[in-house]
Write a protein of this length. Structure first.
Length: 640
């Protein structure tokens, strides 16, 4: 029976009978067939070798397309599993998915894998690629799958088929060559040779069968994989650079902060680190004052009934710290440490009668928040349990909503640009499956945010299903100096909380109406953003944000008195300066302060003392500049 194939451009081609994607690609050009990875058949990705037995619309997916990368990475996981079982017979395989940058596979084996093992496994993977083994898809009946894996001693695979797959669900098996196979949904490449060599194994960690700590412990081998070797090299270079910029390492080196077991997920700020914290907070405080915000402060502990009203008790309880207290007379109160500031701001809005003339009301707070994060998810300043949020809630009329959302977005763009982040992307995160409020409100909220993006002339992409349970949001993702994305700022529409708390304003016609509300964060968490800044600048923070802006270093002890005088003049001009009067050689001092990322080293000796000058050595520059003391002070003051 003839098969009619329709291509993305609308052109059609007829084949005498069932035809594979690889054959279709070959009929167009051998080059296309060589670059092809999978084929999209009526919107579903298929193996290139899978026969298409009916009329279909197809698209040949080549190696350079985003859809191909997940297939490449999934194939790398299968090649990894085959390599491990060839090298270490008796090792059981479990699951091996693609990840954002590569792949992993979980194995059951009594002996731990070592770094030397990883080298052997990676080498065997390259041998399997070189063999160019054909990869074939087969459909097996359920009982045959169970029988096969039990016979092979693969108890985890047999258990998954027995308990995790519905009896009526077809099971696809993928063979690599004649001796190795795995159960998988696919699709996969036509052969192992198509994988190429743009992969690398990176580490081994622990895991649990089916993600449950009460189950058997497994070993997880991670790897990265890309479409080309140039992309792999670029990624590995970025990882190497990221390790140099690691804020945890720099935080210790520069004496900024530490975290310890007695306060899991919370930060001990040292004087230099807290200076950065205060400078950043002051910067945002001044910025929002210019944009018409008022600042408030709300309690850290509030009764559970407020969280029940807001919906957090139902939807967010597992992430909240709670405390039961005895109020006397056998009365007990359940209090929650606030994970966010919304209910507190609602209470302030409800005090007294609000008029339409009061709106928009832009209410900001540097709120101390606490959220329970699993210990395994904690990561330096980037993921903590206690943090300060530069939070705000904008109460406005529904008609004011798009303009206010756009103004909040423009503020976020302005701040990021001034902090050194020029590339920022916007995503519109739409309604999740679990949510409060009816669809009409969600429709309206999503339209308003799309309109706000138009008002601020900001292109955006849709992030389906990723909104908060109470409303959709705009997410602002900035990219750092080495190209990593960080999602920080948000603007969230909320028609639900005003309804749940019953807040109102008096409209121009005297009627009582419900305000609309925006949740707005610019930095998000101050802690996390400081971590991002440390990594963005590799610890060499801009002059205005550096905890110590200048160190005065005398060349000889005879100049100590003048060094003290210079340091006092700098401090009087508002410059954060210190003097280094140690009996060390000047080159030693320069090297040490360079390691500490000090922006300016002010060098003084007998000559400078006699002439009332100083020599300025700027961070990252070999050239030095000698100026009269007054001129030097003015220059540094203007750099703040």
């Amino acid at each position: 029976m003839p098969i009619e194939i329709t291509f993305p451009d609308g052109n059609k081609k007829t084949f005498d009978g069932p035809v594979t994607g690889l054959e279709i690609a070959q009929s167009i050009s051998p080059g296309l067939a060589k670059r092809a990875v999978v084929v999209s058949v009526n919107g579903e990705l298929w193996d290139l070798t899978r026969p298409i037995d009916r009329d279909a619309t197809i698209n040949i997916i080549t190696r350079d397309k985003p859809e191909a990368l997940e297939v490449i990475r999934h194939d790398a996981a299968h090649v990894l599993a085959q390599a491990v079982q060839e090298l270490f017979p008796g090792t059981q395989i479990t699951f091996g998915p693609a990840t954002e940058t590569g792949f992993y596979y979980d194995f059951a084996r009594d002996t731990p894998f070592t770094e030397a093992d990883l080298e052997k496994i990676e080498q065997r993977m390259r041998e399997i690629v070189k063999r160019d083994l054909p990869i074939r898809r087969e459909i097996w009946p359920r009982e045959r799958v169970i029988e096969y894996f039990r016979a092979q001693g693969e108890s985890f695979k047999a258990e998954w088929v027995t308990e995790g797959i519905a009896p009526e669900e077809p099971i696809s098996i993928y063979r690599q060559g004649d001796t190795w196979l795995d159960m998988c949904l696919g699709p996969h490449l036509p052969s192992t040779g198509r994988l190429g060599n743009a992969f690398k194994l990176t580490k081994v960690s622990g895991a649990y069968w089916r993600g449950d700590a009460s189950n058997a412990q497994l070993q997880r081998i991670y790897g990265v994989a890309f479409a080309t070797e140039d992309e792999l090299k670029a990624y590995l270079k970025m990882v190497e650079e990221a390790e140099k910029r690691d804020h945890r390492k720099l935080g210790k080196q520069l004496g900024l902060f530490h975290i310890q077991e007695e306060a899991v997920g919370q930060v001990f700020w040292h004087p230099k680190g807290y200076t950065i914290y205060r400078l950043l907070e002051d910067y945002i405080r001044n910025k929002i004052a210019q944009h018409g915000y008022v600042e408030v402060k709300t309690p850290l502990l509030m009764d559970r009934k407020l969280w029940e009203t807001s919906g957090h008790w139902e939807w967010y309880r597992q992430n909240m710290f709670v405390a039961e207290v005895d109020e006397g007379d056998e009365r007990k109160a359940m209090l929650a440490v606030k994970p966010m500031n919304c209910p507190g701001h609602m209470q302030i809005f409800k005090q007294g009668i609000r008029s339409y003339r009061d709106l928009p009301l832009r209410m900001a707070e540097f709120g101390s928040c606490h959220r329970y994060e699993p210990s395994g998810a904690l990561h330096g300043l980037m993921r903590v349990r206690g943090f300060t949020q530069d939070d705000a809630h904008i109460f406005c009329t529904p008609e004011q909503m798009p303009a206010e959302a756009a103004a909040a977005g423009r503020l976020i763009f302005e701040v990021y640009r001034e902090l050194g982040f020029d590339k920022v992307e916007v995503k519109l995160s739409t309604r999740p499956d679990k949510r409060i409020g009816d669809d009409a409100l969600w429709d309206r909220a999503e339209r308003e945010l799309a309109h706000a993006c138009e008002l601020m002339n900001a292109p955006y992409t849709i992030n389906p299903g990723e909104g908060a349970f109470y409303g959709p949001k705009l997410e602002f993702t900035l990219y750092d100096a080495i190209g990593r994305p960080w999602q920080c700022g948000t603007v969230q529409v909320d028609f639900n909380l005003p309804e749940r708390f019953g807040i109102e304003y008096v409209a121009e016609d005297g009627s009582r109406r419900r305000p609309a509300m925006l949740h707005r964060a610019v930095l998000g968490s101050l802690e996390r953003f400081i971590g991002i800044l440390i990594e963005q600048y590799a610890g060499a923070l801009p002059f205005w944000l550096a905890p110590v802006q200048a160190v005065v270093a005398p060349i000889v002890s005879d100049a100590d008195g003048y060094a003290i005088e210079v340091c006092a003049a700098l401090k009087a001009a508002g410059i954060r300066a210190e003097s280094d009067l140690r009996n060390e050689k000047i080159n030693y001092k320069i090297r040490e302060h360079a390691t500490q990322k000090i922006p300016v080293i002010v060098i003084v000796g007998r000559k400078e003392a006699e002439e009332r000058t100083v020599t300025l050595r700027f961070r990252g520059e070999e050239k030095q500049e000698t100026l009269p003391l007054g001129d030097a002070v003015r220059r540094l003051r203007e750099s703040r």
